[in-house]
Design a protein around this ligand. Sequence first.
Ligand code: NVA
Length: 202
Amino acid sequence: MLRTHAHKNVLEFSKNLDIPLINGLTDLSHPCQIMSDVMTFEELKGSIKNKKIAWLGDGNNVVYSLIEAAVQFEFQLSIACPKGYEPNKKILQWAKKNKGDIFITKNPLEASNSADCVMTDKWISMGDKINKNKKKKALKPYQINEKIMKSANKDAIFMHCLPANRGEEVTDEVMDGKQSVVWLEALNRIHVQKSIIQWCLK
Ligand code: NVA
């Protein structure tokens, strides 16, 4: 398992290995996290197929894997992000080619409206070499707060891959609120990683 910054490290390692290599997180994608999120959703709410998942905030590595999962597990994915912080173009094109139900908007309420699950991640990722103040300012309207959760379905859940920056991408009320499943999501990481290792070992 390799948890690294540049995705090309994973590709280079895998070229030189004759055993499976698990992507534990790169600047491009974070598949292990999303496997846990799908498991957590299904554990609490049944099949994720045709459900509406909303992502608000940075179009980062976690949302890259979420887009792949939307195609694989056939759920609707609505992404709200500001200009300049949209998800990776190549994965969006791939999703379109593979009939993914992906909708992108600049309006956070449009994405969260009637969602079954609302997700976000911290605004500044590990190794982000950008103007942090400029990025935080652009992402401010995409904070998950009570107004956003009210626009989602009544029984919607809130997910965050952690660690969170409370007061930035999410408020305390939502993090600690009844709809938050962030600790179960973290626990399920353990079970999902065990399954991934088992799958690699056949
Ligand atoms: N986008 C975050 C995910 C942390 C689990 C990062 O790459 O830092």
